[in-house]
Design a protein around this ligand. Structure first.
Ligand code: GLU
Length: 230
């Protein structure tokens, strides 16, 4: 028997599982900044990361390409509306990524955490070092954001901010340093999760159900005006 070759049985080729889809809304920020008023597009950011398109089917939309101090309330609504539209359309993405400048990233994240519900995580990411800097952090952050956007453990957690391998809940996070790669902290609640080399891990349990939006933008016309006197 030892001398007899085992018959070769043709195995039906298993068709590979379809890659989860991630939709990127690119808004600008340091992650796109090349200096001299030049900026990379969201598509260029995605295409610049080897192997990223093997991890997920990535669709990219250039929403804006500005420093985040130029993001307006209308932009907030536009981003929230677009996410909600894609969530309810055919072939809804598994998750969303917003590339964004860091100066107002926490504000956009918090707004989205209040106005977008559903199972699909919304990951905001960016960079502390410009796109053409030595040791630019944008590519690693964007790659981690894709990993987090497709991770089953991210589902139902809403809007989160991912920078420097750390994941924060939108309502906890604040920018606390203007230059370091670990620019974001959550002073009261701590880090929500980590994009470790081998896995995306969270320190708090998954929500029992995917949340409904806290505020329904469809029923809000203009935002009420609030004046601040310094
Ligand atoms: N930190 C700035 C921001 O939040 C960077 C501006 C830029 O380089 O585009 O957008």
């Amino acid at each position: 028997l030892l001398g007899i070759a085992a018959p070769v049985v043709a195995q039906p080729t298993a068709s590979p599982a379809p890659r989860p889809r991630v939709h990127v809304l690119a808004t600008g920020g340091t992650i796109s900044n090349l200096g001299d008023a030049k900026r990379r597009t969201g598509m260029e950011l995605v295409d610049g990361i080897a192997g990223l398109r093997e991890m997920a089917t990535i669709t990219v939309e250039q929403f804006r390409n500005v420093p985040s101090g130029s993001i307006t309330h209308d932009d907030w609504r536009g981003i929230a509306d677009r996410i909600r539209q894609l969530q309810t359309g055919p072939d809804a993405p598994a998750g969303f990524i917003i590339t964004h400048g860091t100066d107002t990233m926490e504000e956009t994240a918090y707004f989205l955490s209040l106005t977008v519900g559903g199972c699909e995580p919304v990951i905001l990411t960016g960079a502390m070092r410009p796109a053409n800097a030595v040791g630019a952090d944008g590519p690693a952050n964007l790659r981690n954001a894709v990993r987090a956007a497709i991770a089953p453990a991210s589902r139902g957690r809403g809007a989160m901010l991912l920078m420097n391998d750390e994941i924060f809940a939108a309502r906890d996070v604040t920018k606390s340093n203007t230059t370091r790669l670990n620019a974001f902290t959550a002073p009261d609640a701590g880090v929500l999760g980590l994009a470790d080399p081998d896995t995306v891990v969270y320190h708090r349990p998954m929500p029992a159900a995917c949340p409904a939006p806290r505020f329904d933008l469809a029923s809000v016309d203009a935002f009420p005006r609030v004046d601040v006197v310094y």
